[in-house]
Design a protein around this ligand. Structure first.
Ligand code: FES
Length: 396
C-alpha cells in the first residue's frame, strides 16, 4: 500500500507522462537536421549556458590577492560591460559551488585572437573559494564558468560622464575595468575619479595596474585614502564627505563597491550630501558571514540544526542545515546543484519553492517579487531555515 501511495505521489508532477511524450517525440523525429535557428545561435553567443576558460597566467595583485587571466577554450568571449561579473562553477571536496567574481580586465581586452578576461581574487578567510583559487588554481587549469552577469556598469542614458568611484578593498575590480576601458577602449569622453580606501600602502589591491592606467590617461584619477599608514603622504583616515566633495567635480555619478561597513558609511555620506538617488549606484551587497548581524535575524537560531527535505523532480533527499547559514550553502555542501549568481538575494537565479516550514529572509537583499512571496518562492542564497523545511528546486 505504501509503495502505491509513493508511486502516486511521485507522478503528481506528471514526470512519467512527460518521459513518455519525450520518447514518442524522439521516435517520430525527422532524420533531416533542423534548419539553423539564428536567434538561438545569437542568444547562445551573447549568453552561453556554460563555457570553459583556461588559466593563462596567475600573478600577484598585492600580498593577499592574485590576478587570474583566463582565455576561452573555444576562443569566444561574450560581449560584456566594464563592471559585470563571471560566475564560476567549482567542485571543491564534496561540494558543488558557484561563485561570482567581477571582471577586472576591460571589455576591449576580451576581443580578438588573444582575448582574455581577468579576475582578481583576494584571500579572505573564512571564505572557502578564495582559498581554493590561491592554493589550487594554476596556469593551464580549465575552469567551468559562464558570463556576463550583473547590472553594475556605467550606462550612458542614465549616468553622467563624470564617474566618482568609491571603492574599498577588493571592491576596486569593477573600477579598474572601467578605468582601462576609458583609457584604451570605448568609453572615451567619460572620466573616472577613483577614491579608494585601504588600510596601508602594502594592502592596496592592483596598485601597479591602477598607477599604469592613471599615467596613461588624463581622464583617470586615483586617490588612495589609507586608514593606518603614518608614512603615507596622500589622503589619510577613512573616506569622508570632505574627501569625496574635494574630488567630485561637476554633476558626478557616484558608484560604490566595497565591504558592508564601508557601504553603510558611504550611504550616510551620500544622504548628508543630498545626492539624488539616481546619481548613487552601488554593487550588490553580500549578507554578513555572521547571520546574527542581519537586522531581524532570530536570536539563537544560528545554533540550531535542521533537516531540509529537497524535492527535485520525483526525487527527495534529506540534508542537514545550520540555522546560521543560507539554504543555498546547505545545498552546496550536500552537492545538490543550485544556480547562484549574485549570492545576495537580488538576481533570482537561486529561486526555490517552500513547501513546508519556516524561513528567515534577509531584508538586505530581498529581491522577491510580490507574486514570488505569494507562491512561497524564496531566494536560497539569502534565506535561512528557522525550522525543518521541505523545499522544491529545479533540476540543473
Ligand atoms: S544567487 Fe542571486 S538571488 Fe540568489
Amino acid at each position: 500500500m505504501s509503495i502505491k501511495v509513493k508511486g502516486f505521489l511521485k507522478d503528481v508532477g506528471g514526470a512519467s507522462r512527460v518521459t513518455e511524450l519525450r520518447k514518442q517525440s524522439i521516435e517520430n523525429a525527422s532524420d533531416v537536421p533542423q534548419p539553423k535557428d539564428f536567434v538561438r545561435e545569437l542568444a547562445d553567443k551573447l549568453h552561453p549556458a556554460s563555457m570553459q576558460f583556461k588559466v593563462v597566467s596567475v600573478k600577484d595583485a598585492s600580498p593577499t590577492s592574485k590576478i587570474f587571466r583566463l582565455a576561452s577554450v573555444d576562443g569566444h568571449i561574450p560581449v560584456f560591460q566594464a563592471g559585470q561579473y563571471i560566475n564560476f562553477r567549482l567542485k571543491i571536496g564534496d561540494s558543488l559551488l558557484t561563485r561570482p567574481y567581477t571582471i577586472s580586465s576591460a571589455p576591449f581586452e576580451a576581443r580578438g585572437e588573444n582575448g582574455f578576461v581577468e579576475v582578481t581574487i583576494r584571500r579572505n578567510r573564512p571564505y572557502l573559494v578564495p582559498d581554493y583559487f590561491f592554493d589550487n588554481v594554476k596556469e593551464g587549469d580549465v575552469l567551468d564558468a559562464n558570463m556576463p552577469f550583473g547590472f553594475f556598469y556605467w550606462e550612458p542614458l542614465r549616468d553622467s560622464k563624470n564617474i566618482v568611484a568609491l571603492a574599498g578593498g577588493s571592491g576596486i575590480t569593477p573600477f579598474l575595468s572601467m578605468a582601462r576601458e576609458i583609457a584604451y577602449g570605448k568609453m572615451k569622453g567619460t572620466k573616472i575619479t577613483i577614491i579608494y580606501g585601504s588600510v596601508n600602502s602594502s594592502d592596496i589591491v592592483l596598485k601597479n595596474e591602477l598607477d599604469e592606467v592613471e599615467k596613461a590617461c588624463k581622464d583617470v584619477k586615483v586617490v588612495h585614502v589609507l586608514s593606518d599608514d603614518k608614512d603615507w603622504e596622500g589622503e589619510k583616515g577613512f573616506v569622508t564627505k570632505e574627501i569625496i566633495e574635494k574630488y567630485s567635480g561637476e554633476d558626478p555619478t557616484y558608484m560604490f563597491c566595497g565591504p558592508l561597513p564601508m557601504y553603510k558609511l558611504i550611504v550616510g555620506i551620500m544622504n548628508d550630501m543630498g545626492v539624488r538617488q539616481k546619481r548613487f549606484r552601488h554593487d550588490v551587497m553580500n549578507n554578513p558571514v555572521d547571520a546574527t548581524k542581519i537586522e531581524g535575524y532570530p536570536v539563537g537560531n544560528e545554533q540550531k540544526t535542521f533537516n531540509i527535505t529537497v524535492v527535485r523532480g520525483v526525487d527527495e533527499t534529506v540534508i542537514p542545515a545550520s540555522g546560521g547559514e543560507p539554504v543555498a550553502v546547505a545545498l552546496e555542501r550536500a552537492a545538490i546543484p543550485v544556480d547562484t549568481h549574485c549570492r545576495c538575494g537580488e538576481c533570482g537565479f537561486c529561486r526555490t519553492q517552500l513547501l513546508e516550514g519556516d524561513i528567515f529572509v534577509s531584508p538586505m537583499g530581498d529581491g522577491r517579487r510580490m507574486m514570488d512571496k505569494e507562491m512561497g518562492w524564496f531566494h536560497a542564497c539569502a534565506t535561512y531555515p528557522v525550522s525543518d523545511l521541505k523545499i522544491k528546486i529545479p533540476i540543473m
